[in-house]
Each structure stands twice: as structure tokens, then as C-alpha cells.
Design a protein around this ligand. Structure first.
Ligand code: GLP
Length: 242
């Protein structure tokens, strides 16, 4: 695992956007796994700036989702499908045809999870998976105690994660779904390159436990220690406890 400490979130965004641009120059139809939350936004902004300046052509890139709320209509503004389309796919000038995600509205949720795992494999696997980290060390929506070998499946959110995510639902925790679909930790570990970005003092404990603690299901992001090509980019505040 490579740990890169950058001065601030903007610098982290720049660094990761350049890694994505380099991948797309090498492999124009790369499958790029993206994350939601506030942390990756500087990555998307820096990548869009590179596209505008002609430094990279994303027109053949493919984008896939990490996780999704269960039960939110697909066109709900806070579904992760809508979020990724709005924050990544459309600004890069791509269409919905270049995008894949799990169906959070399916009646057979586990069937939708299995179908998504198969679709990722059939697409040739994820080339670079961008990850954020929850304050409790979760990746995707793999909460503490998730099996390190887990596949895409339905999970119940912890109270802490629902509190953390209430800001996207007018601050009202009652609007935050209880259930989600997430790529499993085993699924995430199949991506060829994992890039985790963590910024801000609120992530310092989770970063220290993930990078320097034992590999443990109690800290899902510690599974990155098992991956042959994992990069953890942290700003100085998030690195404070390393
Ligand atoms: C959610 C997402 C994660 C994300 C996490 C942290 O739980 N499912 O993929 O990493 O939030 O979000 P933020 O970057 O806003 O702190």
C-alpha cells in the first residue's frame, strides 16, 4: 500500500485526476469505479478541468457505481445513480450507455446484486476504483464486521452512517434509507487499482486504523492492505494520526 500525504483536498483531487487521466491515455475504454460523498468532488472537478483543456479524452471511458440506496426511485436526486450521472457522467460528456450500477429498485434485491457482480466481471473488471472512507472505516457501504471476502449484497446502514449522510436529505435522518446495495469488499478488491481519498480531521482515526492497524473486518478499509496496488491519498488533517 502506498500512502501519499498532500497539503489539502484540492491537491488530492489533482493527484488522483492525473492518475485517472494517465489510465485513460493508456486505456481509453477503461472501466472507472467512482464513489459518492463529498470527498471525491475535487477529483471530479480536476478531471473535468483536464478534459476542458484537452489533456485527456474521456469519450470512451466507462463508469461504474460502488453502491446504491435500496428503495429510492432511480431518478431521486440523492440516489447514487442520479448523483454519479450528475457529478461524473454528464460533466465528462458521457451518456448513460457508458454507465453501470446496481438496481436499487429491484424487487429481487439479491438478484440485482448478483447481476451487478456478473456485469462487472463481463465488462472486464474495474481498472481503477476510487474510494472514500466512512468515519467508521467503511468503504462503499461495507460497514464494520463486513466479511473481507464479501460480494455485492444488501446491507443495513449503521446509525452513524445514516447520521453522517442525513446532510444529503435536508438534515433529516428519517429520509435516509436503512438499506443499501454495496459492492462487497471481495468485489472491490478485484479492481486492478484501488485509490482511496480521505480528507479532513474527521477521517484521521479511520485512516490510522486502516493504514497502520491490523487487517480486520472491524475496519473494512484495512482490507486495502491486502491489495497489490492500493494508493491511499490523505490530506494533512486526515493524516494527523499516522
Ligand atoms: C457514503 C458512501 C461512501 C463514502 C462515504 C464517505 O457512505 N457510500 O462511498 O466513502 O459516504 O462520504 P464523505 O466523502 O462525504 O465523507
Amino acid at each position: 500500500m502506498e500512502v501519499v500525504i498532500v497539503p489539502d483536498a484540492k491537491a488530492g483531487g489533482e493527484l488522483i485526476a492525473e492518475a485517472i487521466a494517465a489510465l485513460l491515455r493508456r486505456k481509453p475504454d477503461a472501466l472507472l469505479g467512482v464513489a459518492t460523498g463529498s470527498t471525491p468532488l475535487p477529483v471530479y472537478q480536476a478531471l473535468q478541468a483536464k478534459v476542458r483543456s484537452g489533456a485527456v479524452d474521456p469519450s470512451r471511458a466507462r463508469i461504474c457505481q460502488l453502491d446504491e440506496y435500496v428503495g429510492l426511485p432511480a431518478d431521486h436526486p440523492e440516489s447514487y445513480r442520479s448523483t454519479v450521472l450528475r457529478q461524473v457522467v454528464e460533466p465528462l460528456g458521457l451518456t448513460v450507455d457508458s454507465f453501470m450500477g446496481p438496481d436499487g429498485t429491484a424487487e429481487d434485491v439479491q438478484g440485482a446484486c448478483d447481476a451487478y457482480d456478473r456485469a462487472l466481471a463481463e465488462a472486464g473488471g474495474v481498472d481503477l476504483q476510487l474510494l472514500g472512507i466512512g468515519t467508521d472505516g467503511h468503504i462503499g457501504f461495507n460497514e464494520p464486521c463486513s466479511s473481507l471476502a464479501s460480494r455485492t449484497r444488501i446491507k443495513t446502514l449503521t446509525e452513524q452512517t445514516r447520521v453522517d449522510n442525513a446532510r444529503f436529505f435536508d438534515g433529516d435522518i428519517d429520509q435516509v434509507p436503512h438499506h443499501v446495495i454495496t459492492q462487497g469488499i471481495g468485489t472491490i478488491l478485484e479492481a486492478r487499482h484501488l485509490v482511496l481519498l480521505a480528507t479532513g480531521a474527521g477521517k484521521a482515526d479511520a485512516v490510522a486504523a486502516s493504514v497502520e492497524g491490523p487487517v480486520s473486518a472491524l475496519v473494512p478499509a484495512s482490507a486495502l492492505q491486502l491489495h497489490p496496488h492500493a494508493t491511499v491519498v490523505v490530506d494533512e488533517a486526515a493524516a494527523a494520526k499516522l
